[in-house]
Design a protein around this ligand. Structure first.
Ligand SMILES: Cc1cc2nc3c(=O)[nH]c(=O)nc-3n(C[C@H](O)[C@H](O)[C@H](O)COP(=O)(O)OP(=O)(O)OC[C@H]3O[C@@H](n4cnc5c(N)ncnc54)[C@H](O)[C@@H]3O)c2cc1C
Length: 477
C-alpha cells in the first residue's frame, strides 16, 4: 500500500491485486463473538516513520488513527516476578541505577550512540535502494558507517553498558524477537533500543489494524484501485519485460509491476526460471527471522497484573535463541510474549473479558500439528499461572491458533517465516534480495527485500521502490 500510494501520487494508474478479501497481509485483524485481535504486529515503534509517510501526502497519522503512548511500555516477567519498563526516560534510568548502580550514565551514552545510528540509519541507509555499493559512497554515510558498528555484535556492545542479567535481556530482546541471536546481530541494531526507550511504544486505538485502514484509505484517496480475492498465479512476458499479471484466467495489463508478496514465492513459484535472479539453494540457505506460534484467546475474565504488552523471560534466553537460530528444534522452555489490547482498548473485548494474544517465536520450517500447538498452550498457561495465579485454560471461550502451516497457506511464506530474513550482517543492504528483478520492469517490495522486516521498514521499502520506478519508468500520464 505504501508503494501503491507513492506511485498513484506520482501519476501512475495503480491496481493492487490481493488474494485475501481485504487489505493488511500479516497485519490483518480477526473479530468473533465481540473479541477483536490483530493477527500480526502489535508493537507500534518508530512513530516518526509513519508520520513521515503520511507527511509525504500532506497528511498526519492523526487524520487516520488515534495513537496512545503506553506506560509502562511493556512488562517483563522474570522468574522472581514482573519488571515494568516505564515510558519516561528518567524512570528508566532510575530502574537501571536500582539494579546496577552506575549503569544509567552508560545507558545514556549507549542511547546517544543508538540515536545517531537511528538517524543515519533511517535518514540515509535504509532509504537507499541498495543496488550498488557506490550508493554508500557519500561522505556522511562513509563516516557514519564507521560509527554504525556493523562489525561488532549487539551483545558485546550491550555487555559494555550493563552486566545485570535482567538489564542485558531488556536491551537484547528487540533483536531476539525480530531477527537473530544477539551475538550474531550487528550493534547497528541498538537503533531499536533508541526507538524503544526514547520514542516509546504506542497503540493505535482500534488496534494495529487502524493503521492498515489508514493506509488503505490514503491509497484510495490517491486513486489506487484494490482488487481483493485475486491471487496472482503468473506473469505474461514480452522479451525482458512483464506485460501482464495473471490471476487465474484473467490477465491484468501492466507497464510496471511491484511484487510485494513473499519474495521467494514470487521468484520461485510465479516467475519463469530464466528470469529468476536467485536459485532454490540461495533461498534454502537464507537465515530466516523466526516463525511464530500464535494463540488468539477470548477469556471470560480480566487478567490480573498484566499490562498491554508482557514478555515472559522466566526461562533461559540463550537456550531458546539456540532453538530458533542455531540448532532449529522445538524449544524446551520458550520465552513468550502476551498482547492484551483489551487492557488499553475497550473495543477489543466485551466488558469484563479479555482478548489475549500469545506469541512464541519458533524456528522456521518446523511443521507443526494440533497436538504440538496444544502442548505449547499448556506450557504457557502453566507458566502464566505460576506468575499471575490464574489458569487461563479455565477461562477460554474463544480460541484460534496460527502457526507454520498457516503462514505458508495464508501468505505463501517461505519456510513459514513470520518476519522475513534475520537481521544479520551478511543479509544487510546490498546483501539482501534485490528490490529489482532481472526483468526490466518487475520490482520487489516488503519484508524480504531492503530494508527488512517490521512494519516501518516495509513502509520505507514501498517508498524506495516507488522512487526507483519513477526514475526508471517515468509515467507518461
Ligand atoms: C505474528 C507477527 C507479529 C509481528 N509483530 C510486529 C510488531 O509488533 N511490529 C512490527 O513493526 N512488525 C511486526 N511484525 C512484522 C510485520 O508484520 C511484517 O514485517 C510486515 O507486515 C510485512 O509486510 P509485507 O508487506 O512484506 O508482507 P505481508 O504483510 O505478508 O503482505 C504481503 C501480501 O501479499 C499477499 N499475497 C501473497 N501471495 C500472493 C499472491 N500470489 N497473489 C496475491 N496476493 C498475495 C498476502 O495476502 C499479503 O496481503 C510481525 C509479524 C508477524 C507475523
Amino acid at each position: 500500500m505504501s508503494s501503491a500510494s507513492y506511485l498513484a501520487q506520482a501519476g501512475y494508474d495503480v491496481v493492487v491485486l490481493e488474494m485475501h478479501d481485504g487489505p493488511g497481509g500479516r497485519g490483518r485483524q480477526w473479530s468473533s463473538e465481540g473479541f477483536t485481535f490483530d493477527l500480526g504486529p502489535s508493537f507500534y515503534w518508530m512513530p516518526d516513520v509513519f508520520e513521515t509517510f503520511f507527511g509525504h501526502f500532506g497528511k498526519k497519522t492523526s487524520d487516520y488513527y488515534e495513537l496512545r503512548r503506553l506506560d509502562p511500555s511493556y512488562t517483563i516477567y522474570f522468574e522472581d516476578g514482573p519488571m515494568p519498563i516505564p515510558a519516561s526516560m528518567h524512570e528508566i534510568e532510575a530502574l537501571f541505577e536500582r539494579l546496577e548502580p552506575g549503569s544509567a550514565a552508560r545507558l545514556r551514552t549507549f542511547l546517544a550512540d543508538a540515536e545517531y545510528k537511528y538517524r543515519v540509519g533511517i535518514d540515509d541507509l535504509v532509504r537507499k535502494p541498495s543496488r550498488s555499493v557506490f550508493e554508500f559512497a557519500d561522505l556522511r554515510i562513509l563516516t557514519g558507517l564507521l560509527r554504525m558498528d556493523l562489525l561488532r555484535s549487539i551483545r558485546s556492545s550491550i555487555a559494555k553498558v550493563v552486566t545485570h542479567p535482567k538489564l542485558r535481556q531488556l536491551l537484547e530482546f528487540p533483536v531476539l524477537f525480530l531477527g537473530a541471536t544477539p551475538s550474531n546481530t550487528p550493534a547497528l541494531y541498538s537503533l531499536m533500543n533508541y526507538s524503544d526507550f526514547a520514542q516509546g511504544t504506542w497503540y493505535p486505538m482500534g488496534g494495529m489494524y487502524s493503521v492498515v485502514k489508514g493506509f488503505h484509505r490514503l491509497a484510495v484517496e490517491q486513486g489506487v484501485r484494490f482488487e481483493f480475492n485475486r491471487e496472482v498465479t503468473g506473469f505474461r512476458y514480452e522479451g525482458r519485460k512483464v506485460t501482464g499479471v495473471y490471476t487465474g484466467e484473467v490477465c491484468w495489463d501492466a507497464d510496471v509491476v511491484v511484487a510485494s508478496a513473499d519474495y521467494a514465492h514470487v521468484e520461485q513459484k510465479l516467475l519463469k526460471p530464466e528470469f529468476r535472479r536467485y536459485s532454490e539453494s540461495y533461498w534454502t540457505k537464507r537465515k530466516m527471522a523466526p516463525s511464530a506460534f500464535m494463540y488468539y484467546l477470548g477469556l471470560d475474565t480480566k487478567l490480573p497484573n498484566l499490562e498491554h504488552h508482557t514478555l515472559f523471560f522466566d526461562s533461559d534466553f540463550d537456550t531458546h535463541a539456540d532453538a530458533i537460530y542455531t540448532h532449529p528444534r522445538w524449544p524446551e522452555k520458550p520465552l513468550f510474549y502476551l498482547s492484551i489490547a483489551s487492557a488499553t482498548d475497550l473495543t477489543a473485548a466485551p466488558e469484563g473479558k479479555e482478548a489475549l494474544v500469545i506469541l512464541i517465536p519458533m524456528a522456521t520450517g518446523l511443521e507443526d500439528d494440533d497436538a504440538t500447538r496444544e502442548r505449547y498452550l499448556n506450557m504457557v498457561a502453566e507458566r502464566m499461572q505460576a506468575q499471575i495465579g490464574v489458569d487461563i485454560r479455565d477461562h477460554i471461550i474463544l480460541k484460534r491458533t496460527f502457526a507454520y502451516r498457516d503462514f505458508v497457506k495464508d501468505y505463501h511464506a517461505h519456510r513459514g517465516n513470520a518476519y522475513g530474513l534475520a537481521n544479520t550482517l551478511d543479509q544487510t543492504a546490498i546483501l539482501k534480495p534485490s528490490l529489482k528483478s532481472k526483468l526490466d520492469n518487475l520490482y520487489f517490495a516488503g519484508q524480504l527485500t531492503v530494508p527488512g522486516p517490521g512494519v516501518p521498514p516495509c513502509i520505507i521499502s514501498g517508498e524506495v521502490v516507488a522512487r526507483e520506478i519513477t526514475k526508471e519508468h517515468p509515467t507518461t500520464a
